[in-house]
Design a protein around this ligand. Structure first.
Ligand code: HEC
Ligand code: HEC
Ligand code: HEC
Ligand code: HEC
Ligand code: HEC
Ligand code: HEC
Ligand code: HEC
Ligand code: HEC
Length: 372
């Protein structure tokens, strides 16, 4: 199956930047009928955030047999997405309402006792949290007939910066392990047939039932937009499923051959690419920034080059004013804003500072935008 997709940029070209269509799809479903917010639901996005210190689990009168649990983000894990907060309320006996607290704010009572709700979601509660970057603690309380019967908490770390590593004490969250998938299997297809995985729509592809929000941005990467998730994620990997089939750079190179050839043709290769990294800068799925970037260009560059002398870059003239580093229009590429990549090729170049377009003389670089 994988072979068939080799050299297949053409096949996915039918669907370049699927973005707009998917954004519309998601907006329609945001808090809509698919995941109807239970009564008492407080939109988590309006939570005020204060950074809390790490807190261990605080067991308050937990009756044995209650199984209130925060599945995602699980206690002690580092996560890279904040699309969801997934809670299993426990149903022996039944928890019929919960409250959720994080980021310094607390929800009202979320009633999950309705017959319709139970039929669709069982004892699962899935919220759209929008966590703030860094450490936070989620605390939930479970109620039966108005009486608090259980609590649970999760101390987690939300990684947001390109290349950021979790502080010690947090392990990466992994979802697709047999014991976790077993919890979802009653309602979601967790062992799909290969033919189903080839389905190009969010509704029909089995990954879509949980991951369609992953594409909820303006710029959607070709193969992800048509749900070819298992082109890159190996459905046969064990114990954890869907690890990357091969290392990043060669994976990208399977479709972006010309780009890899271009990298190799340059005299100097940019540090991260030399190290085989692409995802520090590119999101393989979808992004709010052009070029599938993980952040706005200058923020991305400065996340690693934080020591750059921004006041004095390039022009060290008598005026003491450096060259502007951003602006509304890049004279060399009028369809994008002026930024670091006006002058620097983000992948490498023929000078140690990777001048754009393989240019090897400083003067020639200036003339790209300043004619004469
Ligand atoms: C009792 C049934 C049930 C169980 C068990 C269940 N789910 Fe779901 N889940 C649903 C239903 C129904 C939907 C809505 C499906 C749709 O809209 O296509 C859903 C949707 C979702 C979504 C997408 C929400 C959105 O709007 O984007 C995620 C994520 C999700 N489930 C995760 C999980 C995980 C993880 C597990 C296991 C740990 C799990 N679910 C177990 C019933 C269940
Ligand atoms: C029952 C819901 C559900 C289904 C179905 C599902 N996933 Fe996931 N998956 C999750 C959740 C929840 C996470 C963790 C949160 C996140 O990263 O969005 C996750 C995480 C992942 C990860 C990161 C590694 C890991 O294990 O945490 C990959 C890769 C992934 N899913 C791929 C897939 C692919 C490919 C499919 C379809 C074959 C799929 N998933 C189907 C719920 C689901
Ligand atoms: C072009 C290859 C490619 C495709 C197609 C792809 N992924 Fe990924 N995915 C990656 C890479 C590379 C990473 C690791 C990113 C990192 O380390 O920062 C990743 C990470 C993930 C993660 C965990 C981290 C995160 O950013 O959320 C999830 C979940 C995930 N993929 C789900 C999916 C789903 C669902 C699809 C299909 C809609 C999909 N992927 C399609 C390459 C791909
Ligand atoms: C299965 C084939 C395939 C794989 C594998 C793949 N891509 Fe792509 N990529 C595409 C297609 C198709 C497009 C859309 C091309 C277009 O719209 O012009 C695209 C577009 C892009 C773009 C945006 C181009 C633009 O002009 O905005 C970037 C950046 C990108 N891919 C990076 C990556 C990275 C990084 C990887 C590896 C993690 C990767 N791709 C793996 C097929 C693939
Ligand atoms: C340091 C950040 C960074 C890294 C690392 C990086 N890129 Fe890029 N890439 C960019 C930026 C910024 C752009 C947008 C440039 C533009 O549009 O001129 C881009 C554009 C692209 C494009 C589309 C533009 C085009 O000219 O076709 C592709 C394809 C691409 N990168 C592939 C890769 C691959 C493959 C890797 C890993 C081997 C990689 N990139 C690593 C920053 C990076
Ligand atoms: C993930 C971290 C990372 C990101 C993001 C990043 N760089 Fe780099 N950059 C490096 C490393 C590592 C080197 C190699 C430093 C060395 O060899 O001394 C480097 C080297 C450079 C150099 C050459 C430095 C010299 O001393 O001549 C330039 C120019 C540069 N980067 C520009 C950029 C631009 C422009 C961006 C944004 C598109 C960017 N970088 C994003 C890590 C990064
Ligand atoms: C107007 C063109 C231009 C822009 C815009 C620009 N640079 Fe440079 N940059 C250069 C030139 C030319 C050099 C070579 C050293 C010199 O002559 O000052 C350089 C050198 C560098 C170096 C290596 C030497 C050093 O000062 O550390 C890094 C790293 C770098 N640039 C990063 C960036 C980043 C990050 C941005 C965006 C915030 C940026 N540049 C914006 C032209 C530019
Ligand atoms: C990618 C386009 C680009 C390149 C390449 C470029 N510049 Fe500029 N430059 C600009 C823009 C945009 C401005 C601000 C608007 C203007 O004054 O035109 C600017 C402004 C300037 C200014 C006026 C500074 C000020 O504060 O108003 C000087 C001097 C300058 N550039 C010198 C250089 C030199 C020297 C080089 C080569 C090392 C260079 N530029 C390369 C785009 C560029």
């Amino acid at each position: 199956m994988i072979r068939a997709f080799r050299n297949s940029l053409g096949r996915f070209m039918k669907y370049p930047n699927h973005g707009r269509q998917l954004v519309r799809f998601a907006t329609q479903n945001q808090g809509g009928s698919r995941i109807a917010p239970p009564a008492g639901f407080l939109p988590m996005r309006s939570f005020l955030i204060v950074v809390l210190t790490a807190l261990a689990l605080v067991p308050l009168a937990i009756v044995p047999g209650w199984a209130l649990e925060i599945l995602y983000p699980a206690d002690g894990t580092a996560i890279v997405r904040s699309d969801f907060l997934i809670i299993k309320a426990g149903d022996s006996p039944v928890v019929d309402a919960i409250t959720v607290e994080f980021g310094g704010a607390k929800s009202g009572m979320i009633d999950i006792s309705g017959v319709e709700y139970r039929k669709a979601f069982g004892d699962f509660v899935i919220l759209l949290p929008g966590f703030e970057p860094g450490q936070d603690t989620i605390r939930i309380e479970g109620f039966a007939a108005g009486k608090q019967v259980a609590t649970a908490s999760s101390n987690f770390y939300f990684l947001t910066k390109p290349g950021e590593v979790a502080p010690s004490g947090y392990t990466p969250f992994v979802m697709h392990l047999p014991e976790k998938e077993a919890l979802c299997a009653p309602c979601h297809n967790m062992s799909p047939e290969p033919a189903l995985l080839d389905n190009e729509s969010a509704e029909k592809n089995p990954c879509g039932s949980c991951h369609r929000r992953r594409l909820n941005y303006e710029y959607v990467h070709g193969p992800a937009g048509v749900f070819q998730c298992t082109y890159c994620h190996d459905s046969d990997s064990r114990p954890a499923k869907y690890v990357n089939r091969v290392e990043e750079a060669p994976l990208c190179g399977e479709c972006h051959e010309h780009k890899i050839e271009e990298f190799k043709s340059r005299k100097y290769i940019h540090g991260p690419i030399e190290a085989g990294l692409c995802s520090v800068c590119h999101d393989s799925h979808a992004s709010a920034h052009f070029g599938q970037l993980t952040a706005a260009v200058n923020d991305l560059c400065l996340s690693c080059h934080s020591g750059l002398d921004r006041e004095n870059h390039v022009v060290r003239g008598m005026t003491g004013k450096g060259h502007p580093l951003e602006g509304p229009v890049d004279p060399s590429a009028p369809d994008r804003k002026f930024s670091c990549i006006g002058c620097h090729d983000p992948h490498g170049g023929n000078t140690p500072s990777y001048f754009q377009r393989g240019i090897s003389a400083r003067m020639e670089l200036c003339q790209m935008c300043h004619k004469k």
